[in-house]
Write a protein that binds this ligand. Structure first.
Ligand SMILES: Nc1ncnc2c1ncn2[C@@H]1O[C@H](COP(=O)(O)OP(=O)(O)OP(=O)(O)O)[C@@H](O)[C@H]1O
Ligand SMILES: [Mg+2]
Length: 391
């Protein structure tokens, strides 16, 4: 380790990071479920986590291990992560079960985002680097693969998602003033689907709209997290506003399972700001899952490449924060045109930019944040919980 390596994290920091690991079937994080049996951090930053599974042969085992390694490994000062898997004792299992049962009955989840959905916030340090363009095109590329992708426009005041997707709907609210839900606007893409919420969809003028627009403006992000009836989702992409303000903190607090993708331009100055933003996020225990470089070299019709905005920024950020560079999107007027026309370039058919988004989507699905497979072990337990609740 180099001399300037940060000190190893405190045990509590590791536990906080583990709150970001969700058992998708039991619908809660592994800490609150009591699955974390022990955490050990040695002076060299080697971390050992013991995780007790409900059933030893759990098919979610690999995923949970990967998520623990990623979350804890993302903390500053961590050298390596060892996950030891154990099986719960009958007593532990019944404690987890009664907790799941209690939760299902007394405290229905504060969010309707399915526990199995991957939540990915697209953020940057600087504004205008292409967060919204990347979010929209990545969402479109994922949906084109047949996935169901939620898109939460967390840029409350500067929303741009509706225009970029060419959607002019109005979100319907259901329920009463005390208990209401918003229904996202859906847009089919190939065999997949986009489900979108944005302040841009809140109509003004009509009485009912004004009523809940007022409710919303106050705490818009919270309402978007708590009151949207998403239905099934494989991914939820969150388009962040520029900077590292309240929205980011709010997301870390309300949805600690969120993982970040940092967008940067190739310029090294922008990369520095992006790294700072990533460090801020990690202080709030949000994991950075990867980096996307946007506005990479312009490729002319002859195939020559012109790095107009510099070179190396994406790799620099990735190296600095120890996250993978997931891909690079060329500087391409078609991105801007598609954004203005409401037809994401990623759906255009072919070309380097289309390929860039398709490749980022497949790396996300195949390596960085695989879709959560629900054909698992604790499902059986949950079925029993539900049966017990019904009876
Ligand atoms: N790869 C690209 N090639 C060409 N133009 C791009 C590219 N990516 C984004 N743009 C353009 O750059 C401008 C800023 O992009 P965008 O709005 O996506 O950035 P942002 O980071 O979301 O901005 P803000 O911080 O204001 O939310 C837009 O006009 C967009 O069309
Ligand atoms: Mg934006």
């Amino acid at each position: 380790m180099s001399a300037k390596a940060p000190p190893p994290p405190a045990d509590e920091a590791v536990v906080s990071a583990l709150r970001g690991v969700i058992d998708p079937e039991l619908g809660d994080n592994v800490v609150d479920l009591g699955m974390v049996r022990g955490v050990q951090v040695d002076a060299g930053g080697e971390v050992e986590v013991e995780l007790a599974l409900t059933i030893a042969g759990c098919p979610l085992r690999t995923q949970l291990r990967g998520d623990v390694e990623a979350r804890v490994g993302g903390l500053p000062g961590v050298g390596s992560v060892t996950v030891r898997m154990a099986e719960m004792t009958a007593e532990e299992r019944s404690r987890v079960m009664s907790r799941a049962r209690w939760k299902a009955r007394e405290r229905p989840s504060a969010t309707e985002i399915p526990a199995s959905a991957r939540v990915v916030a697209v953020a940057s340090g600087k504004g205008g680097v292409g967060k919204s363009s990347v979010t929209v095109n990545l969402a479109a590329a994922l949906a084109a693969r047949g996935l169901t992708v939620g898109l939460l426009d967390a840029d409350i005041w500067g929303f741009s998602i509706p225009r970029m997707l060419g959607i002019e709907g109005r979100i319907e609210a259901e329920g009463t003033t005390e208990a209401w839900s918003m229904i996202p606007i859906t847009k089919p893409v190939g065999s997949g689907q986009l489900k979108v919420v944005s302040m841009g969809f809140l109509a003004q003028g009509e009485d009912e709209a004004i009523m809940w627009r007022g409710l919303l403006l106050n705490r818009a992000l919270q309402h978007f997290i708590e009151n949207v009836r998403w239905g099934d989702l494989d991914y939820l992409l969150v388009d962040m506003p520029p900077g590292t303000g309240d929205i980011q903190m709010g997301l870390a607090r309300m949805l600690p399972r969120t993982e970040l993708i940092i967008v940067t331009t190739p310029a090294l100055a922008a990369a520095k700001v992006a790294t700072r933003a990533a460090d801020m996020a990690r202080k709030g225990y949000l994991r950075v899952a990867g980096v996307i470089e946007n506005m990479t070299a312009f490729v002319c019709e002859h195939g020559d490449s012109y790095p107009l905005f510099g070179q190396g920024g994406g790799q620099r950020v990735a190296d600095d924060i120890g996250a993978p560079l997931i891909g690079a999107v060329p500087l391409d007027p078609a991105v801007a045109l598609g954004g203005d026309a409401g037809t994401p370039v990623a759906l255009d058919g072919e070309g380097p930019t289309v390929e860039a988004f398709a490749s980022i989507a497949s790396r996300l699905v195949d390596e960085v944040l695989p879709v959560v497979e629900m054909s698992g072990c604790t499902a059986r337990l949950l079925d029993r919980v539900e049966a017990a609740l019904d009876s």
